[in-house]
Ligand binder design. Sequence first.
Ligand SMILES: [Zn+2]
Length: 155
Amino acid sequence: MALHGERCGLRMTADPRYGAGVTTVRQCVPGQVLAYLAGGVPVSGPSRTSVQVDVDRHLESTGIEGVRYVNHSCAPTAVLDTGLLVLRAVRELVAGDSVTLFYPATEWDMAEPFTCLCQENGCLGRVAGARFLSDAQLSGYRVSAHIQRLRSGAC
Ligand SMILES: [Zn+2]
């Protein structure tokens, strides 16, 4: 039984849809920290593997803890807290579950848009960043504060 605050561990695995992905090693409870974005190096703009943590701040990391291998899903199992720089489970996960993020929750205008293959209900199809989505498409997702500011036109 996983405990709140105890890291549940991540491992890289082959993902039939995307080639590589990240799965849990142990059971995780909702809200549990899956990874810390330690060691992220600021980069000048978005890349295929960077994470946007503020309006004009993008981090790149080489380790699994940097979430660069976490795939996108339109029904994500994790959320990235860009204030605390932690990856948290959004629902109960069992060992071996895929860890996924809704990329537009942090990414405004992605360097390499792609066609989503998640096959979830309400799948966006094309994933290019929050800039290209309607309010309806973003509703129901936990969107980062910098994305909310960008969408409000405050930046
Ligand atoms: Zn999708």
